[in-house]
Design a protein around this ligand. Structure first.
Ligand code: SF4
Length: 188
């Protein structure tokens, strides 16, 4: 099984962004803001496009190593074999720990929107026992994530069934312009 998180090399990131990994097709489609995309300089077509494309206001660049990154711009380099990340995926970078996590895999049937750790079922065999933590921040993070999911992805993504009675509901309609409908509230 592929790891979903790995240590990376990264520089010049002021915050912890969610980023859409982009190639030329994502740039041409214009479906996502350039400022939220990570241009994949590992891609041969991107490299063949020349240096002018790097001058656009990308959030940053995905490279094989710092020597390939444009100067004075944010970049991420994934150590070989550490982590599989491809064009179309969405990743979250945490610069303070130099870690990158996969949040959406293009073409996968196993993408999960993780809504809360406050499950109140307490099943004996739970592999991830619930925790009483304030993780309401996850809702806005998921909204940000949904904005970067492919519009031709399966028409409905529902959260993992970890919250049977917490009253957290999220319906993400990504087929028609990333319309998002979120309701959140604790009913336990
Ligand atoms: S419903 Fe799922 S997350 Fe909640 S306690 Fe049971 S197994 Fe764990």
């Amino acid at each position: 099984m592929q790891p979903l998180e790995a240590k990376v090399h990264c520089e010049q990131w002021p915050e912890s962004p969610l980023l859409k990994v982009a190639g030329l097709a994502e740039f041409a489609a214009g479906s996502f803001p350039t400022e939220r995309m990570l241009l994949d300089l590992r891609d041969t077509q991107v490299r063949a496009a020349g240096s002018a494309i790097c001058r656009l206001p990308w959030a940053g660049f995905l490279t094989d190593g710092p020597e390939h990154a444009p100067p004075d711009r944010p970049w991420i380099a994934v150590p070989q074999g550490a982590f599989k990340v491809d064009i179309g995926d969405v990743v979250e970078l945490r610069p303070h720990t130099s870690k990158m996590a996969l949040r959406y895999r293009r073409g996968s049937n196993n993408n999960i929107l993780f809504t809360t750790e406050r499950c109140n079922s307490y099943c004996l065999m739970c592999s991830q026992p619930p925790r009483k933590v304030d993780d309401g921040w996850r809702v806005s993070q998921l909204c940000n994530l949904i904005e970067l999911i492919d519009k031709d992805a399966p028409s409905e993504l529902l959260p993992a069934s970890q919250t049977p009675s917490l009253g957290v509901m999220m319906k993400a309609e990504v087929a028609n312009g990333n319309e998002t409908d979120v309701q959140s509230g604790v009913q336990a």
